[in-house]
Design a protein around this ligand. Structure first.
Ligand SMILES: *[C@@H]1O[C@H](CO)[C@@H](O)[C@H](O)[C@H]1NC(C)=O
Length: 300
């Protein structure tokens, strides 16, 4: 099992897999911390917005559009990682990109909790990190805080984790602290450019009665938007090959119930259906994490 899953784990977790060791959270924590403390880059602040479920969403288009068109070109949706379930078949060609993502290091829980984390206190935070008020960074930080303060979907549970401890606490709350967890992500971490990719293989669904997806947000230190939506979800891996020969193993997720999603989001226009009419799927960008419970003997 471990060897088979190996490619899908974060590269810095390979250590555990190669030793055939199940990942307990304590070990994982040490490993993540060890890695992240070495990595002091600031985040790449330009990324597609793929969190569209929240209600007070400033990113979506406000334009009206009529529903279901049969012959819609999905290319623009593909470019930001979205697709319809019908697009998922071996041999299909999709225009995709997997940009390298640099996530800054985690602060310790103590450090993170000592720094204000709210839009009202943004000026203080900017001062603390010597970031100018009208810089692009400040704008991205405001977006992050607004996202973290926005309303949730009815069936969504989420936090903005400002430390690894708070991420793990949330994961344990959702998945159960007695259980061991698997982590999946998209690889390789070196990414792959915008080009046409052919689907070589679609995996069986990953065992995920519950899951926690964690998406890094632009901030001077590591902040992840971690959430679980308690509606039917399919999680799977897709092996892709680019025109240049690059192979990508992308983690894919389909939300089967989209009825609560923001109808004004441009992605629905690009895919040609309205929320509630069809599943919405997306590939995980690099460094985005999917936590699922490890199947036990009885669930295999
Ligand atoms: C992908 O293929 C289509 C059809 O051949 C072509 O028009 C398009 O330019 C290609 N896209 C990229 C990014 O190469």
């Amino acid at each position: 099992m471990a060897a088979k899953l190996g490619l899908w784990f974060l590269p810095f977790l390979l250590f555990f897999l190669m030793n055939g060791v199940n990942i307990g959270c304590r070990d994982l924590k040490a490993e993540l911390q060890g890695h992240t403390e070495m990595n002091s880059h600031h985040g790449n602040l330009n990324r597609p917005n793929y969190l569209i479920g929240y209600k007070t969403n400033a990113h979506g288009s406000d334009k009206d559009f009529s529903s279901s068109s049969t012959n819609v070109d999905h290319t623009e949706a593909f470019k930001v990682g979205y697709f319809a379930m019908d697009d998922l078949f071996v041999g299909n060609i999709m225009t995709l990109q997997f940009p390298v993502e640099e996530v800054p290091h985690f602060l310790s829980k103590k450090e993170a909790d000592s720094i204000p984390f709210s839009t009202s206190q943004l000026p203080t935070v900017l001062q603390l990190f010597s970031i100018s008020q009208d810089s692009p960074q400040a704008k991205f930080m405001r977006d992050t805080l607004e996202l973290c303060e926005a309303g949730m979907l009815t069936q969504e549970t989420r936090i903005c984790a400002n430390s690894l401890d708070s991420m793990l606490e949330f994961v344990n709350n959702i998945l159960g602290s007695e259980e061991k967890h698997n982590i999946y992500t998209t690889s390789p971490p070196s990414g792959a450019p915008l080009q046409n990719y052919t689907i070589l293989k679609v995996s069986e669904d990953i065992y995920a009665p519950k899951w926690v997806a964690c998406h890094p947000l632009p901030y001077p230190y590591a902040v992840y938007y971690c959430h679980f939506i308690a509606t039917n979800t399919r999680i799977f891996k897709v092996l892709l090959v680019g025109e240049n020969g690059d192979k990508v193993e992308a983690l894919g997720v389909c939300h089967l119930d989209t009825s609560e999603f923001n109808p004004n989001h441009v992605i629905f226009k690009q895919l040609g259906f309205m929320p509630g009419e069809a599943p919405l799927c997306h590939f995980f960008p690099l460094k985005n994490l999917m936590w699922v419970p490890q199947p036990t003997a009885t669930t295999m």
